[in-house]
Ligand binder design. Structure first.
Ligand SMILES: [Zn+2]
Length: 123
């Protein structure tokens, strides 16, 4: 796990790119967004302070806005501008389906942006 992009996609620790940020898999819906206190591999602090991930809310908001915009563009240009209920249903269903992913990746991105952890190949 060398590149930062791959580490983000796999939700790995920003410092060693090897330890998992989340203790449970995406498919276990309980504790879906629970984060490890420390990286299981290099022991980096993954929750620097209480309520650290509060800011991740903004990222998850930005992600859902981006999602809605993309869906509307795809429906408009790819599916010949269908009726309004098609937009609403598609946006609703996609949001629900992708919510677990967005909740997780908003935290991963936030940790990479605000977590002050530098990649250290020897960690
Ligand atoms: Zn680590």
């Amino acid at each position: 796990m060398k590149s930062t992009g791959a580490a983000i996609l796999a939700a790995k620790c920003p410092r060693c790119h090897q330890g998992s940020i989340f203790p449970v898999s995406l498919m276990s819906f309980r504790k879906l967004t629970q984060v490890n206190d420390h990286c299981p591999n290099c022991n980096a602090t993954l929750e620097p302070e209480p309520d650290f991930y509060y800011g991740a809310m903004y990222i998850s908001y930005a992600l859902s806005v981006a999602l809605v915009v993309n869906i509307m563009l795809i429906l408009n240009y790819g599916f010949g501008d269908p009726e309004i209920w098609v937009y609403l249903v598609t946006v609703g269903v996609t949001n629900v389906l992708l919510l677990p992913l967005m909740l997780r990746y908003s935290k991963v991105l936030y940790l990479y942006i605000a977590g002050k952890l530098k990649y250290d190949p020897n960690a």
